[in-house]
Design a protein around this ligand. Structure first.
Ligand SMILES: [Zn+2]
Length: 229
């Protein structure tokens, strides 16, 4: 009888802890109710001192309100920008403290990444975050008890116009306008993401917002999208 080598064991444990936890991520929120022509634009990885103010202006011009999944340490470095988001009617939510890859974080670091950002955002905005989005959508088993304690469900997305490779801004806008439907949660980046993503987003956003308006969609923050109409 062949024996399983000992070194296989840590791999199996990690596989259950990190990739295996994606079975739990099936409970994550990926879209809102389909009953109304409402969608949620979500912006990850900011705030960015250069790009985020321009995104805020474009959203304001279009009368659109959105959700920003900010990185805690970036938010702490740009408190005025975070308050500006809230003042303009947007939502500020949790995208970890340092944009850590949770597949590589043990339970204690996972807890710290989520809780530290939660507290920082609550301190800056005066309201605790209501949602959490894991960087790259990657979770581990320790994520879920922490989210349960903080009462912040995991939110992924239904439409991501730019995944792992750069997508030209016209294509980014047309992918959103083709794929959109009532309740869609769109994943965009006002900082970081694929190289150059925020610049392409700025070019894509005016036609994206105009197309959504022409198709009769209201862009609302997540809490509004997910609450009964
Ligand atoms: Zn991210």
């Amino acid at each position: 009888m062949s024996r399983v080598p000992l070194w296989v064991l840590p791999g199996l444990l990690w596989g259950a802890y990190a990739p295996g936890a994606h079975a739990l991520a099936l409970t994550a929120i990926r879209r809102g109710p389909r009953g109304a022509r409402r969608v949620a634009l979500t912006f990850d990885d900011g705030p960015d001192p250069v790009y985020t103010p321009k995104v805020l202006d474009l959203l304001g011009d279009a009368g659109a309100r959105a959700t920003f999944f900010v990185v805690g340490e970036r938010a702490a470095r740009a408190p005025d920008l975070v308050r500006e988001m809230v003042a303009r009617g947007h939502e500020v939510e949790n995208h970890t403290w340092s944009h850590a890859n949770l597949w590589l974080c043990g339970p204690r670091r996972t807890e710290r990444e989520i809780a530290r950002a939660h507290e920082a955002i609550a301190g800056l905005t005066g309201r605790p975050p209501r949602f959490f989005r894991p960087p790259w959508g990657m979770v581990n088993l320790a994520v879920f008890p922490t989210l349960g304690r903080l009462r912040t469900p995991c939110v992924l997305w239904s439409l991501q116009p730019e995944g792992l490779r750069p997508v030209a801004s016209e294509k980014m806008a047309s992918r959103v306008l083709r794929g959109i439907g009532p309740g869609t949660i769109v994943d965009l980046h006002d900082a970081e993401g694929v190289r150059g993503a925020p610049g392409r987003l700025l070019d894509a956003l005016p036609s994206m917002l105009e197309g959504l308006r022409a198709a009769g969609y209201a862009c609302v923050p997540l809490a509004e999208l997910l609450s009964p109409a």
